[in-house]
Design a protein around this ligand. Structure first.
Ligand SMILES: CC(C)(COP(=O)(O)OP(=O)(O)OC[C@H]1O[C@@H](n2cnc3c(N)ncnc32)[C@H](O)[C@@H]1OP(=O)(O)O)[C@@H](O)C(=O)NCCC(=O)NCCS
Length: 337
C-alpha cells in the first residue's frame, strides 16, 4: 500500500435465501440417489430453491437492503454496484442495473462480473481497488445465483449439489490501514470445459436443437473439478496469507467455498487449520455458487463467531477453472447487531 492509499473495510453484510427447502429425501423421489450417498459424498442435507416468481435480482435486492441498513448507509450514497452472477435475470442489461434502479442508487455505476463460484471474492477485489484509490467512497458488492435455473434435474451427478442464495457487502474506507489485507486471484482456462453451461451464448445460441440436447444446463466433470479444487484451495490460501503478512495461526475463521465437505476438510487439513475455526453451512444450503462466502460470512458475524478484530480467510474455486483467496481483518465499522 502506498501512502496515498487507504484501508478498505466491510461496513455491512446481508444475505438472502429462498424459503423453500429441498431435502435429500425429496431428491430420492426425483433421481436415482440416496440421502446417505449425498451426505457422505458431499456433506449436503438440504438446499434452498427459489420459487418460479423469484429472479436473481430479487435475492440480490433483499441481501443488499439488509447490508446497507446494517452499515447505516443510504442507497443514494452507493457509487458503484457489482453483482457477481452466472444466472443473471437476463443476458442484458446487467443484473446490477436492475438492482441499482430498485435500490434507488441513482447514478451509481453498475456492472455484472461473470466468474462463477469465485465471483464474490473477485468482485470484492475489484471494488476494493476503487475505494482504496479514493475513486469511490461506497461500493456495494453482491454475489447472487439461482443455480436451480440451470440445473439439470435429471442429472443425479449435479442436481444434488446446488442451491440458490445471495450475499452482499458494503465496502467503505476503514479508519486505519486495515480491512481487506490481501487477495490472490487466478485462473487456468485449460480446464474450462470441466465446468460449463454450453449453450445460450454466441457459440451455441438458443435453438430448438440446443434445448433438445439439454445444452442449457450446467455440465460438470466432478472428479476433475474435485482434484483441481483441493490443490487450488491450498495454494491460493497460502499465497493470500503470505501476501497479508500473516500465518495460518493468525486466522480466526476460515471460510472455504461450500462445494463439498470432503474438499473443505482436505483443504483445512492441508493448511493446518483446526476444525473449530472452519465455518461450514454446506449441510443446509449446498453449493450456492458465488454466494457461499458472503452468506457464510454474514451468518458467522450474526452468530458472533466473527467480529471486529478477527482475521477471516475466505477461499474459493470454480468455473474457469479459477480460484480466489482473500484475507479480511474485520474492523470496528462492522458493528455488532
Ligand atoms: C460430484 C462429486 C460429489 C462426486 O463424488 P465422487 O466421489 O467424485 O463420485 P464419482 O463421480 O466418482 O461417482 C461415484 C459413483 O457414484 C455415482 N453417483 C454420482 N452421483 C450420484 C448421486 N447423486 N447419487 C448416487 N450415486 C451417484 C456415479 O455414477 C458413480 O457410479 P459408478 O461408480 O457406478 O460409475 C465430487 O466429484 C465433487 O464434489 N466434485 C467437485 C464438484 C464441485 O465442487 N463443483 C462445483 C465447483 S464450484
Amino acid at each position: 500500500m502506498t501512502t496515498d492509499e487507504r484501508g478498505v473495510s466491510i461496513w455491512g453484510l446481508g444475505r438472502a435465501l429462498p424459503e423453500r427447502v429441498l431435502t435429500n429425501r425429496e431428491l430420492e423421489t426425483m433421481v436415482d440417489t440416496s440421502d446417505e450417498w449425498i451426505k457422505t459424498r458431499t456433506g449436503i442435507s438440504e438446499r434452498r430453491i427459489a420459487d418460479e416468481h423469484t429472479a436473481t435480482s430479487d435475492l440480490c435486492y433483499e441481501a443488499s437492503v439488509q447490508a446497507l441498513e446494517r452499515a447505516a448507509v443510504p442507497a443514494e450514497s452507493v457509487e458503484l454496484i457489482i453483482v457477481a452472477t452466472v444466472t443473471p435475470d437476463m443476458v442484458f442489461p446487467s443484473t446490477a442495473s436492475l438492482l441499482q434502479d430498485r435500490l434507488g442508487a441513482e447514478g451509481a455505476a453498475a456492472f455484472d462480473l461473470q466468474v462463477g463460484c469465485t465471483g464474490f471474492l473477485y468482485a470484492l477485489a475489484v471494488a476494493e481497488q476503487f475505494v482504496r484509490s479514493s475513486a469511490y467512497e461506497t461500493v456495494l458488492v453482491i454475489a447472487g445465483d439461482l443455480l436451480s435455473r440451470i440445473t439439470d434435474w435429471e442429472d443425479r451427478a449435479t442436481c444434488v449439489l446446488f442451491g440458490d442464495a445471495a450475499g452482499a457487502a458494503v465496502l467503505r474506507p476503514s479508519g486505519g490501514d486495515d480491512g481487506i489485507l490481501a487477495s490472490y486471484l487466478g485462473n487456468d482456462g485449460s480446464g474450462a470445459h470441466h465446468l460449463q453451461m454450453p449453450a445460450g451464448g454466441s457459440r451455441h445460441p438458443a435453438r430448438m436443437e440446443t434445448v433438445k440436447k439439454r445444452m442449457h444446463y450446467l455440465k460438470m466433470n466432478g472428479r476433475e473439478v474435485f482434484k483441481f479444487a483441493v490443490k487450488a484451495m491450498g495454494d491460493s490460501a497460502a499465497e493470500a496469507v503470505r501476501r497479508a503478512g500473516l500465518t495460518f495461526d493468525d486466522i480466526d475463521c476460515y471460510i472455504p467455498h461450500q462445494a463439498n465437505i470432503r474438499i473443505i476438510d482436505a483443504s483445512a487439513k492441508r493448511l493446518g487449520i483446526p476444525r473449530e475455526r472452519v465455518y461450514v453451512n454446506i449441510d443446509r444450503y449446498g453449493n450456492t455458487s458465488g454466494a457461499t462466502v458472503p452468506v457464510a460470512l454474514t451468518e458467522a458475524w450474526e452468530d458472533g463467531i466473527v467480529g471486529p478484530g478477527d482475521n477471516v480467510l475466505a477461499v474459493t474455486f470454480g468455473a474457469g477453472l479459477g480460484w480466489a483467496a482473500t484475507v479480511i481483518h474485520l474492523t470496528e465499522e462492522l458493528r455488532h447487531l
